[in-house]
Design a protein around this ligand. Structure first.
Ligand code: AKG
Ligand code: FE2
Length: 210
C-alpha cells in the first residue's frame, strides 16, 4: 500500500521482545525535512534540561510538541499543557503525525511528541513509560542523528535484557504486551551520523496522554 508521502518501499518490522523495529523507515530527505520541522519546534519551545524529582539534572535535553509536553522537576514527572517557561507547546509536525498513523494501529491521535536531544555522553536509564492514562495505546519513537544503543528489559525491574542499535530514520513501536517493558539508552555513538551539524541524537516519542 502506498503511504501518504508516496514511498512504497517502507521496510517491514523486526520483532524484539514485542517491540516493533522498523530500520530505515525514513529516507535521508525525509530525515532532513523532519529536522527542519524540529528546528521550528525548538524555536517555539526551547530545549531545557529536566531535573529529576530527586534533584539530579538529566543528561538529555527535552522539549515537546502537541497538547501536552512531558516535564520533570522537584515536584515529579508529569504531562503539562505548557512549557516550563510558560508558553504553549507548538503543534506536532504533520510529517510526524503521518508516521504515527502508519505504524501505531489506532485512530487516536498522539497528544504529545516528546523531543529528546542527546549531546555527547548523554544517556537515559532503564525506565517504563507510565505517565499516560491508557497503556493499550503504544509509544512510537523516531530516531535522528547519531546511533544509539537501546536496551530492552522486562515488565518488572531486573532480569535479562536485549540491546539493539537505533539509527537515524528508524522507527520503534513500543506497544501491545510489551508496552510497559523497561527500556533505555545506554550510549550514543557520537559523530556516527552527519545529519545533525552539531552531532548528537534526537529521538521523538509520540504518546496518547489522556
Ligand atoms: O531516546 C529514545 O530512543 C528513548 C526515549 C524514551 O524512552 C523516552 O523518552 O521515554
Ligand atoms: Fe521511554
Amino acid at each position: 500500500m502506498e503511504s501518504a508521502s508516496g514511498r512504497t518501499d517502507r521496510p517491514p518490522p523486526r520483532d524484539i521482545r514485542g517491540f516493533r523495529h522498523y530500520p530505515g523507515w525514513l529516507t535521508v530527505d525525509e530525515q532532513r525535512a523532519l529536522l527542519t520541522d524540529l528546528r521550528g519546534v525548538a524555536a517555539a519551545a526551547p530545549l531545557f534540561s529536566p531535573v529529576t524529582p530527586s534533584g539530579r539534572a538529566m543528561s538529555v535535553k527535552m522539549t515537546s510538541a502537541g497538547d501536552f509536553g512531558w516535564v520533570s522537576d522537584r515536584h515529579g514527572y508529569r504531562y503539562a499543557p505548557r512549557h516550563p517557561a510558560g508558553g504553549a507547546w507548538p503543534p506536532i509536525p504533520p510529517q510526524v503525525l503521518e508516521i504515527w498513523q502508519a505504524v501505531a494501529g489506532t485512530t487516536r491521535a498522539p497528544e504529545c511528541c516528546l523531543v529528546n536531544y542527546y549531546p555527547e555522553g548523554a544517556r537515559m536509564g532503564l525506565h517504563q513509560d507510565r505517565d499516560e492514562a491508557d497503556f493499550t495505546l503504544p509509544v512510537v519513537s523516531i530516531s535522528l542523528g547519531d546511533d544509539a544503543l537501546f536496551r530492552i528489559g522486562n515488565l518488572t525491574r531486573g532480569g535479562g535484557t536485549q540491546s539493539l542499535w537505533l539509527r537515524s530514520g528508524d522507527v520503534l513501536v513500543m506497544g501491545g504486551a510489551a508496552r510497559l517493558r523497561f527500556h533505555g539508552v545506554d550510549r550514543v555513538a557520537f559523530g556516527s551520523s552527519h545529519l545533525l551539524p552539531q552531532g548528537g541524537r534526537l529521538s521523538l516519542t509520540l504518546r496518547v496522554v489522556t
